[in-house]
Write a protein that binds this ligand. Structure first.
Ligand code: SF4
Length: 323
């Protein structure tokens, strides 16, 4: 694909060069298990918001979750990402048990939680049980727009949660959406500045894509591929050592954008390993089920990456270099 804007092209080249100098041409692999699409919150763009009655809800049992983690480990995926809506029926005890059981299968694996806001006591218990990392996106640095999008949430509490996770010793990740209707012209700069201020170890960013059945349905995708790639480059240049995930949502903007993001500083690929019978119902944004890949696709992607000169790091945790 031809990048038209010379400034974007130059930043991409600079970002990839910097990534190569730190990570080489290596790409970390993470396997996501979306274990529940139930959520207590009502974010105005999200397909699994509690008010969306058109979603078929599911909750994987602890045995199913552990079995899927075991299958990922056998296939060389050493980071298990447990992701869900804010589903409080998975109590502290239930999650602690799941984490311990996965760690008992392979003490050398890494467990990442992406389960939304919980109490400090719970974060602590999950950490003590063996969880290594936690993803908590702030979504947008503009607090007024944050409130409009997330009626149940408080911006300061979100930032406080990210700081608490860091304090507890989690390898902490955050990120934002871009192309949100009503965002400021300098939204990308504001978002990247906040990421930097938070000093996170991992970054996950993607275009704003409202889901069907939500108040923001049909408000469109407002980021083109050049903007997506430019944001990735800017993040890499601002935070050289962080792990940056190539978001699947990029492919909603342009098929192949996710792969291209590796040329703009991304160094992590996260195949979706949720069982096929559930996957389509984790519809946080439109067409997500169609874009998600699986293990077979991940292996294929691995082969494609190799052709492009990258080395997918199967069987490695890929810890962050940010301490
Ligand atoms: S964005 Fe997260 S917290 Fe908000 S409704 Fe969706 S899953 Fe729940």
């Amino acid at each position: 694909m031809e990048i038209k804007d010379p400034a974007v092209k130059a930043r991409m080249e600079q970002a990839r060069k910097l990534t190569d100098s730190i990570f080489g041409k290596k790409v970390y692999i993470r396997g996501i298990i979306e274990f529940s699409n139930c959520c207590r919150k009502n974010c105005n763009y999200c397909g699994i918001r509690r008010g969306n009655t058109s979603v078929v809800r599911y909750q994987m049992s602890p045995d199913e979750i552990v079995a899927k983690a075991e299958s990922n480990l056998k296939q060389g995926i050493k980071t298990i990402v447990l992701q869900s809506g804010e589903d409080m029926s998975y109590t502290k005890e239930v999650l602690v048990d799941i984490i311990k059981r996965i760690k008992a299968l392979d003490s050398g694996c890494a467990i990442t939680l992406s389960i939304g806001e919980r109490s400090e006591e719970e974060y602590k218990a999950f950490k003590e049980a063996g969880a290594d990392r936690f993803l908590m996106r702030f979504e947008i640095a503009d607090r007024e727009l944050f409130k409009k999008l997330h009626p149940d949430d408080d911006f300061d509490e979100r930032l406080a949660a990210i700081k608490t996770l860091k304090k507890l010793g989690y390898e902490t990740g955050s990120g934002f959406m871009f192309g949100i209707p009503g965002e400021a012209p300098d939204a990308d700069d504001q978002n990247i500045a906040l990421l930097k201020e938070l000093g996170v170890a991992m970054v996950g960013c993607g275009p704003f894509i409202p889901a069907e059945g939500t108040p923001m349905e049909g408000s469109g995708i407002h980021a083109d591929i050049e903007r997506c790639l430019d944001i990735y480059s800017k993040i890499r240049l601002a935070m050289p050592n962080v792990n940056i995930a190539a978001a699947t949502a990029l492919d909603a903007v342009d098929k192949g954008a996710r792969k291209l993001s590796l040329s703009a500083g991304a160094n992590v690929v996260m195949p979706n390993t949720t069982p096929a019978k559930y996957k389509d119902n984790y519809s946080i944004y439109e067409r997500k089920g169609k874009l998600d890949d699986n293990i077979a696709d991940a292996k294929k992607l691995g082969a494609e990456l190799e052709k492009l000169g990258y080395t997918p790091l199967w069987n490695q945790r890929g810890d962050s270099r940010v301490k």
